[in-house]
Design a protein around this ligand. Structure first.
Ligand code: FE2
Ligand code: FE2
Length: 273
């Protein structure tokens, strides 16, 4: 089967799944709990450590990023209140940053050399891409049905979209690496995130199916149980990017000899403006 066919099929199946999910308040509540967990992931430490090692302009960008993430915690809590949060439905965990960090030996704690922190920052880049893809999918499902929730999801997604580029620029500055090793590390971190993501998704998909998803037929439920089982056993698809929004935020490091330390800010401004 061709890759584009697999992608088209996967998009159809995901749209159908999302449609059923947003029609079921219990499943939505579990999903927003997962989102809240993902936002309350303790990234703050890495932001502080990174800001201290950068010049004032990039440090300000890192602090804006940290502020955005703090605001996201408030937004997901507001969504939970709208859904009448109930403790008995606090199933599932999407604390991806923490899980990925465990796999990477704790580098998100903000310790280590500048180059190591740069690698950690490229892991954040991979996570931001994933959030954009998932929130875009969720927002599409919520539009028209749950406008207040759709607005919350869109607000978070729009921030994460900016963070995709910020993470790359900051990582470039910290790593001090040449263009080829920057790209290789970026690819490596995308692969690490994808591997770990499958494990977390298997767990979360199972939690959502356990909650109910009342509109779903037995056949479909069986399909998704099977899909959960295959996660980690079959190769994963790349992060979906149907409108090219993620690709548009890919930051191109300079191909020529690496310019002087401290030049990432001006290169960032050039590409953004
Ligand atoms: Fe966030
Ligand atoms: Fe973010």
């Amino acid at each position: 089967m061709s890759t584009s066919l697999v992608r088209a099929l996967s998009r159809r199946l995901n749209d159908r799944f999302t449609h059923q999910l947003v029609a079921d308040d219990d499943a939505l509540l579990v999903l927003f709990r997962m989102l809240a967990d993902a936002e309350e992931n303790g990234e703050a430490q890495v932001f502080d450590a990174v800001a201290d090692r950068l010049g004032p302009k990039l440090a300000a960008l890192v602090r804006r990023h940290a502020d955005d993430e703090r605001r996201h915690i408030g937004l997901t809590r507001r969504a939970l209140r709208l859904l009448h949060d109930r403790p008995e439905l606090r199933d599932g965990r999407a604390n991806l940053v923490e899980v990925v960090d465990t796999h990477m030996g704790g580098m998100l704690r903000g310790e280590g050399t500048d180059a190591e922190l740069g690698r950690a920052y490229l892991l954040l880049y991979a996570l931001e891409r994933r959030m954009v893809a998932q929130l875009t999918q969720l927002e599409r499902g919520l539009q028209g049905r749950r406008p207040e929730l759709a607005a919350i999801v869109a607000e978070i997604r729009d921030d994460e979209l900016k963070h995709i580029r910020w993470c790359q620029v900051v990582a470039w500055e910290l790593m001090g690496a040449d263009e080829a090793s920057f790209r290789a590390t970026r690819d490596e971190m995308v692969a690490v995130e994808a591997r770990v993501y499958l494990g977390v998704t298997r767990q979360n998909l199972t939690a959502l199916l356990d909650v109910g998803l009342r509109g779903m037929s037995l056949v479909e439920r069986g399909f998704w149980r099977l899909a959960a089982w295959t996660m980690g056993r079959l190769p994963s698809l790349p992060v979906p990017d149907p409108d090219g929004v993620i690709a548009a935020r890919t930051w191109e490091p300079p191909v020529a000899r690496r310019p002087a330390h401290g030049s990432a800010w001006s290169m960032y401004v050039e590409q953004v403006s």
